[in-house]
Design a protein around this ligand. Sequence first.
Ligand SMILES: Nc1nc2c(c(=O)[nH]1)N[C@H]1C(S)=C(S)[C@@H](COP(=O)(O)OP(=O)(O)OC[C@H]3O[C@@H](n4cnc5c(=O)[nH]c(N)nc54)[C@H](O)[C@@H]3O)O[C@H]1N2
Ligand SMILES: Nc1nc2c(c(=O)[nH]1)N[C@H]1C(S)=C(S)[C@@H](COP(=O)(O)OP(=O)(O)OC[C@H]3O[C@@H](n4cnc5c(=O)[nH]c(N)nc54)[C@H](O)[C@@H]3O)O[C@H]1N2
Ligand code: SF4
Ligand SMILES: [Mo]
Length: 796
Amino acid sequence: MSKHDEGDYSEADLVVKGQEDHAAGPTAVAVSMKRSLDHMGVKRTAQTLLKLNQAEGFDCMSCAWPDPDPGHRHTAEFCENGAKAVAEEATRDRATPEFFAQHSIAELDAHTEHWLGQQGRITHPMVKRPGGTHYEPIEWDEAFDLIGAELCSLASPDEATFYTSGRASNESAFAYQLFVRAFGTNNLPDCSNMCHESTSIALQESIGIGKASVTLDDVHTASVIVIAGQNPGTNHPRMLSALEIAKQNGAKIISVNPLREAGLVRFKNPQKPKGVLGHGTAMADLHLPVKVNSDLALFQAIGSLLVEWDALDHEFIDTHATGFEQWRDHVRAVDWDRVVEVTGLSRELITQAAEMLRGSTRTVYCWAMGLTQHRNGVATIKEVVNLALAQGNIGREGAGLLPVRGHSNVQGDRTMGIWERPPAAFLDALQKEFGFDPPRENGLDVVDSLRGMRDGKVHFFMGLGGNFVQAVSDTDTAIPVMRKVRMTVQVSTKLNRSHLVCGETALILPTKGRTEKDIQASGAQWISVEDSTCSVHASRGPLEPASPQLRSEVDIVTSMAEATLGDRYGLQWKAMRDDYRVIRHHIAKVVPGCEDYEVNVRKPGGMIMPHPPRDTRTFDTKSGKAEFVASPIEVVHVPEGHVLLQTLRSHDQYNTTIYGLSDRYRGIEGGRKVVFVHPDDITAFGLNDGDLVDLTTRWAGDDIDRRVRGFRVVSYDTPRGSAAAYYPETNPLVPLDSTAIGSNTPTSKSVVVSLTPATGPGAVNGTTSAETPGSSQNPTGSDWDHKKTPEPKHLS
Ligand SMILES: Nc1nc2c(c(=O)[nH]1)N[C@H]1C(S)=C(S)[C@@H](COP(=O)(O)OP(=O)(O)OC[C@H]3O[C@@H](n4cnc5c(=O)[nH]c(N)nc54)[C@H](O)[C@@H]3O)O[C@H]1N2
Ligand SMILES: Nc1nc2c(c(=O)[nH]1)N[C@H]1C(S)=C(S)[C@@H](COP(=O)(O)OP(=O)(O)OC[C@H]3O[C@@H](n4cnc5c(=O)[nH]c(N)nc54)[C@H](O)[C@@H]3O)O[C@H]1N2
Ligand code: SF4
Ligand SMILES: [Mo]
């Protein structure tokens, strides 16, 4: 039927091998090359990979890990998963209008997310008209007119919501937020809301800025590096090279993770002969296998020991911080029995970690989704900050806070104003530059946008990238909600579920990616991006676009703006589109720290954004000082007969884009419907390794029984009571209203579940059927009829 029928797969091919004890090495190189050659062929592989992450090349579109200084880059300055991301985008496969004519939307929707992605780059703007069964081609101008007419017909600008995924460039993000605010709303949800929002909130309140306080050099020169709730071997692979340098400089690494992730055990650096042939570098010196959701208790216990030992930087505390006494008294009173019970760690092991931190004046704390996506995520991150403040480990060399961002430009998008709660100063600057008064009320984030659509208050959805319906929690709520929307507009490179679970009128606007040349009226354009360490630099793609029809994101956004706003407020959309320097000129005027943006960003290696705590130990908080915050130890209650499930990424996916079926480091090949469980929990459930089960959950916030079917139980090295399974297959289990306190981030890393023998379409003859995961039948294997089962209620 199609060039990529193998994109659909049967879980019957699932093979469970042992866990690997190292990351990268020769296999990583082999996999990168095979995927690159399969998708791109020899010429394109050479054209792209040699330009990837080079000063005159393009920025890797995968994660937000920083690049070394230009003088210290390798010819191959990328990792296996960076190469896979490039291969996905620069593939030679195409999803043409003929392809859309051959397959109805319902038919496409019956395929797996993997198959959808394998159909290649979308080549034409496409529309599904009301009542239509297929996407059909549409001219760009008509598409923009449709959008403009729909937006202008809304009773209020707040009836529209404008999502951004973190691949958008600074230039497109700035133009987009300008358009949305000139249109009259702050409804600018983004993937951050599901990702590091807990970080942004916690850091803003504790240190006055929601970004990392370290540079790559600080990682290299740290004496202790704590890595909590992060799997760098898969999600930020080149971080392992930085950790290797740190280790060579004498650093000790503490890993805090329920799982013994291969990249934190040992790293074989593929850029070094020794890494390919030898044993590689041992990574974590101490591994703390915490139970899921217990980091708050762990960090408080460590804090109590540092206080007890007076391992504190009194000068820093006295000069720069506030709230110390309350925090000190709070952690002194920590209940060790509870800490041991909650974390599953012995007092000795926790003490060992505290001993490593005790004398360190150069500690870097890194974290990612393992800390943010919990109900107590904000409090947990403030506890990490407390530890850094207690020892003055911020704003000095080799020390600081490093929330490792996900999408390659998610941080830059925020800097450019993609934020449903923009600071007043940003709006003031917009007003001054453009002469209109932007809306001042907070807008809708991701979860609230979905609620708004559910409740009939939001009728227009636009996604600047991303795959909203599959990324968001509570898939079975999200699907019918998205179908109720009057118009959905997706600016995309490749086909995904959000094109098929769409509004009455649906538009797919195909866009150029990072690998592609962008020529506008004034000539060749480049764009800029910001990484996890506040470094901003230029990116230019080397390839001809996948189709002459493709438009850049800036082009699409500014054209939409023209079709919607005309010449309202005299905004110069055409000038911005013709020459991105015009946008950068505005950025320089509006965004603090971007003075001389055009010049600074173009320098080899780019520029570093200002960060007051890092640069001068000043803290723009309510008190004007860094704030210690004492939080009660609150954890999710897990009743008898249940475990706490975290939903995570395999080694072979990029969020909702499934590259392949090889989670090599965890030993899973050929399928994805697995649940990793401690052997004693398997026994306690009355099950055996290899059994097929349904995962069910009932959340006290509503009365819905949520279920996903037909997952293979894998006996795994995870703490008792903590289980793991892949995202997005398990998103139907995360209730929409179960979110982190303070950040409204879905609690994707703490779902209380029970395991029961498989029922229904997922289970056939002791193996998983090749069920079609189409959203109309069984989107991600979840239950549609919400049958009530007699299970205890609990709060998650
Ligand atoms: N190749 C690839 N790269 C990516 C992505 C991708 O999908 N593929 N996604 C990008 C994006 S958007 C993001 S946000 C990042 C995500 O990067 P990560 O945060 O590394 O991603 P996850 O797979 O969600 O892994 C979370 C880690 O936290 C651990 N964990 C889970 N619960 C807890 C807990 O309660 N406490 C502790 N201490 N640890 C816990 C898990 O075992 C796992 O190791 O990666 C980015 N980079
Ligand atoms: N259960 C659970 N849910 C989660 C998470 C979890 O850990 N567990 N993680 C959350 C996190 S951290 C995040 S960030 C979100 C991710 O949410 P999203 O950012 O919405 O999802 P992605 O899968 O990254 O988006 C992939 C799509 O982006 C489009 N795309 C790719 N490149 C480009 C480009 O250059 N331009 C444009 N315009 N489009 C492009 C392609 O069409 C592709 O299909 O998911 C969240 N959901
Ligand atoms: S570490 Fe991240 S940004 Fe760097 S090459 Fe790998 S995937 Fe790309
Ligand atoms: Mo993310």
